[in-house]
Design a protein around this ligand. Structure first.
Ligand SMILES: Nc1ncnc2c1ncn2[C@@H]1O[C@H](COP(=O)(O)OP(=O)(O)OP(=O)(O)O)[C@@H](O)[C@H]1O
Ligand SMILES: [Mg+2]
Length: 637
């Protein structure tokens, strides 16, 4: 029988370190969390070489005496377990500090050179302890102000197996920055600085004041513009153990990003990257964003400690909820509600670039009858701006990238571009405006441009509406309302059912979804191995081409079914997304002439419909040029 032996403690520590500190950002996270737990009001972080060479965290918290410091470097020694929790019944979930295991410092000390200097508040001097890969190098007095300074150097220098897995200084730095951002967001009451050292120069990356408002802190970390492009989230729900609360800032769907980096999620004050929460956010925005775009937000979920276990992941970034479906539903419905009401603002004014293009239009020279944009080589103004149709999709950070809307979009844009090549503006004769029109936020239709955009006059500005995007959205909301309300007549039966031939796999997919689709008024059934029978279509899209509709739906179901990267979508959400595809089939195309009555009807319906400010892919359906902006353009301001 092979002999069973206990591992030497240095090896135990090193194994634990592999889990707790797999890269510099993880060590940094532990150090900053310790500073927060120590009650610091100011936390300073310095990184050299993305943290690979050095990580330093300075705080003005409670500090430690020499004995405490020695103990802090032992495994499973912590000052954070309240007496009530020690013993067989101790409930670990009642811990309110970020740390609780007494694991971080000894782990780091076993795979790096760790220097801790600390001075207790009120003590006359400080103390220093240096441990190099587990070996004590110094234990001596040190001069420093009250608080603690921890330095980690040469992480994994003597652990080649781990060092090998580290990435470039640049990507380690990015991960460190992310850690500081998340913790700083969780604690707007604490001041944070982040400095980097590289090539002998020091650079201040973050400098956040103490006691900031949450919204201010969030905007300072994400982007200044977030303030004007977000809604505040504030809601509560009772649970068996107390109250569940969701607060924070949610970016409007039109202000989206190509990566999900700017989703900051917190559970009971702890930054997490939890699949359930990420999936809930995705579900909430699902039909308002193209698939490859991501919402920007900071969400703080607080719930009774009994309802969540934070001790399921070595770096504490994942949690487990007692009632995960309840939490998910709370977040999805909360976000959707907030976005529905915040929707009036989702169409922002034109961005600065667009304004600049207007303003730069040079005054025509005398005798020069060609507009400047048609003149060759004109040095300034519109000539610098790309001509339509490129302009339709400026490569702007907040807009979907090329191809986001798929081929259909591209086609529509080409149609629109064609329309633009011949002037097609139509204006209505000025009719007296009824008094109630003053109150219409989207104003009164005045004409149509390129058979694609509605021009309307509102009390406070000029409104441009993308008729296709807007109508698509309205149809979607109508379909959805029909699905939610049993009393609404949802569908129009076809006199002769349509037979649509399709491949067998697609038929299988549609057959599976048939029950859900029927709820929204699309009644289909299997018709032999490779065909579907369409018996009724939703009234909202009565004129749709059924064959194309079914093919697109099958494709969509296939796509969403596979979307497992950030939490698979629930069936109900998948159906919602499929609705977006249906909506597209039933909506007014770009390039269709609309009467003034039709235009006004569209505007009124938009005003009355929640979430109508963005199309199903997250682009605005309308923009407003305020009177002030118009006056600026003419130098009247
Ligand atoms: N910046 C600091 N200021 C004051 N005390 C500190 C500081 N950092 C660590 N300590 C003390 O050292 C102890 C050990 O820290 P360590 O991070 O290893 O464990 P922990 O924070 O208790 O738990 P966890 O492993 O979950 O982080 C802490 O409990 C705390 O008492
Ligand atoms: Mg800790």
């Amino acid at each position: 029988m092979p002999e069973i032996r206990r591992l030497p403690s240095a090896l135990v520590n090193r194994i634990a370190a592999g889990e707790v500190v797999e890269r510099p950002a993880a060590a940094l996270k532990e150090l900053v969390e310790n500073a927060i737990d120590a009650g610091a009001r100011r936390i300073g972080v310095v990184l050299a070489d993305g943290g690979l060479q050095r990580i330093e965290v300075v705080d003005d918290g409670c500090g430690m005496g020499p004995e405490a410091m020695a103990l802090a470097l032992e495994r499973h020694a912590t000052s954070k377990l309240p007496d009530a929790l020690i013993g067989p019944d101790g409930a670990i979930e009642l811990v309110t500090t970020l740390g609780f295991r007494g694991e971080a410092l000894p782990s780091i000390a076993s795979v790096a050179r760790l220097t801790i200097e600390s001075r207790e508040q009120g003590a006359s001097e400080g103390w220093r302890r240096v441990v190099d890969h587990g070996a004590l190098l110094a234990d001596e007095p040190a001069a420093l102000p009250p608080g603690t300074r921890v330095r980690v150097e040469e992480l994994f220098a003597k652990v080649p197996a781990r060092r090998k897995f580290l990435r470039s200084a640049r990507s380690e730095y990015a991960a460190c920055l992310d850690v500081v951002r998340r913790l700083a967001m969780a604690r707007p009451d604490v001041a944070f600085t982040l400095e980097t050292l590289g090539d002998g120069t020091k650079r201040t990356v973050l400098n956040l004041q103490a006691d900031e408002e949450l919204a201010t802190r969030v905007a300072r970390i994400i982007a200044h513009e977030l303030k004007d492009n977000s809604v505040a989230i504030e809601l509560e729900r009772d649970t068996p153990h107390g109250v569940m609360r969701l607060t924070g800032v949610a970016g409007l769907p039109t202000w989206n990003r190509g990566v999900a980096d700017h989703q900051y999620l917190f559970v009971n004050g702890r930054p997490v990257k939890d699949r359930l929460l990420v999936g809930a956010v995705r579900g909430a925005y699902a039909d308002m964003l193209a698939r490859d775009r991501h919402a920007v937000l900071a969400l703080f979920l607080d719930l009774p400690p009994q309802d969540v276990d934070v001790n399921v992941h070595p770096a504490k970034t994942e949690v487990r909820f007692r009632d995960s479906a309840g939490v998910r539903g709370f977040i999805v419905s909360g976000l959707r509600q907030a976005l529905a009401t915040g929707d009036r603002r989702s169409a922002q004014g034109p961005d600065r670039g667009a304004m600049a293009r207007w303003q730069a239009e040079p005054i025509m020279e005398q005798g020069d009858l060609l507009p400047s944009r048609l003149r060759e080589g004109a040095g300034v103004g519109m000539s610098q701006a790309p001509l339509w149709p490129q302009q339709a999709h400026p490569n702007h950070d907040t807009r979907p990238g090329p191809g986001a809307g798929g081929e259909r979009e591209g086609l529509l844009l080409r149609e629109a571009a064609l329309a633009w090549s011949q002037p097609q503006g139509r204006a209505e004769e000025a009719a007296p405006v009824p008094a109630e029109a003053q109150a219409y936020p989207l104003g009164i239709a005045r004409g149509q441009v390129a058979n694609t955009y509605i021009v309307a006059e509102a009390a406070d500005g000029l409104v441009l509406v993308d008729q296709h995007a807007a109508h698509e959205r309205l149809v979607l909301e109508r379909l959805r309302a029909a699905g939610a309300d049993e009393s609404v007549r949802r569908s129009q039966a076809l006199l002769v059912p349509d037979v649509v031939e399709m491949d067998e796999v697609d038929c299988d997919r549609l057959e599976d979804a048939a029950g859900g689709l029927a709820r929204y008024g699309l009644v289909i059934e299997r018709f032999g191995p490779s065909a579907m029978l369409v018996r009724a279509v939703p009234s909202a899209i009565a004129k749709a081409d059924t064959a194309k509709l079914l093919t697109d739906l099958a494709d969509d179901i296939a796509k969403h079914g596979k979307q497992e990267d950030s939490g698979a979508l629930l069936l109900a959400e998948r159906l919602e997304l499929v609705l977006a595809t249906m909506a597209c089939h039933g909506s007014v195309r770009a390039g269709r002439v609309l009467s003034v009555a039709e235009m006004n009807a569209l505007l009124r319906e938009m005003e009355a419909t929640p979430r109508s400010g963005q199309c199903n892919h997250g682009r605005p359906t309308w923009v407003k040029l305020s009177m002030e902006d118009v006056e600026k353009l003419f130098g009247r301001h």
